[in-house]
Design a protein around this ligand. Structure first.
Ligand code: HPA
Length: 278
């Protein structure tokens, strides 16, 4: 993926939607948050040069840019996953584009399975860290010095100040919030009970099939990142029941309201706390 290709995509989004400061990537079942945007302008991925073509008919995906609490926010509705067959560069192209639009803060969200047995479906979890079990890295290949260094630091993948704001805002809203480590698996099959046992032993609280590629590229691009998971199911082997995508989506659906409330409050707090988010 050349810089020129990223710049072409970013120029088109900029011309259509204008710049933004904060981006929110919506996880499975968490759509609807974009309704919080004032004066939204949207662009479909199919109209952005170089963007992958969606594998799911009717779910082409789009960027929606608008205002929340006086901040310019870009919402990414529909993301690309490695399990769909996209390369890690394709999966993370939208994050490079965000960087060229002036976005300095990324809120990345997902639906995840709970490895930690004290979690329950419907919980929201602030990510403290991640484990990349995919064997893949979006930064593999020639380094793009314009964005960041060859060997980027990853000691604080998720911003401490944003995690603190998220916990405080959840408290104010009376939303129970968990903290945990997200383990990225390739998918598309759900994990085996033995894999989940391994994930628990190595320190994971959650498993999922997204988020980590975007986090790595956002950090490489110098962005602050906040990760929020919605627990849609107990991971394989925790309960004596199979995991199916429909119930994952149904739980996601039931969390949507409190998720949107929380993310809106976090964005508002970023703009009112006088916190330096750059
Ligand atoms: N495993 C992986 N990804 C997921 C899960 C899971 O149990 N639930 C939602 N996304």
């Amino acid at each position: 993926m050349s810089y020129k290709k990223i710049k072409n995509a970013a120029d088109l989004v900029m011309n259509n939607c204008g710049p933004a400061e904060i981006a929110v990537i919506l996880g499975s079942g968490l759509g609807g948050f974009e309704q919080a945007l004032e004066d939204p302008i949207e662009i479909a991925y199919e109209d952005i040069p170089g963007f992958p073509v969606s594998t799911v008919p009717g779910h082409a995906g789009r960027f929606i840019v608008g205002t929340i609490a006086g901040k310019r926010v870009l919402v990414m509705s529909g993301r690309f996953h490695s399990y769909e067959g996209y390369s890690m560069k394709q999966v993370t192209l939208p994050v490079r584009v965000m960087s060229l639009l002036g976005i300095h803060t990324l809120i990345v969200t997902n639906a995840a399975g709970a490895v930690n047995e004290s979690y329950k479906p419907g919980d929201l979890v602030i990510l403290d860290d991640f484990i990349n079990m995919s064997g893949k890295n979006p930064l593999r290949g020639k380094n793009m010095e314009r964005f960041g260094p060859r060997f980027p630091d990853m000691t604080v993948p998720y911003s401490k100040s944003l995690r603190q704001i998220a916990a405080e805002e959840a408290g104010k809203l009376g939303i129970d919030i968990q903290r945990g480590v997200y383990c990225f698996m390739n998918g598309p099959c759900f994990e085996t009970p033995a894999e989940i046992k391994m994930a628990r032993i190595i320190g994971a609280d959650l498993v999922g099939m997204s988020t980590v590629p975007e986090t790595i590229v956002a950090r490489h691009s110098g962005m602050k990142v906040l990760g929020i998971s919605s627990v849609t199911n107990m991971a394989a082997g925790v309960l004596d029941t199979p995991i199916d995508h429909e119930s994952v989506l149904a739980i996601g659906e039931s969390i949507k309201g409190k998720f949107a409330q929380l993310v809106t409050a976090i964005i508002a707090a970023m703009s009112t706390n006088g916190i330096d988010i750059i």
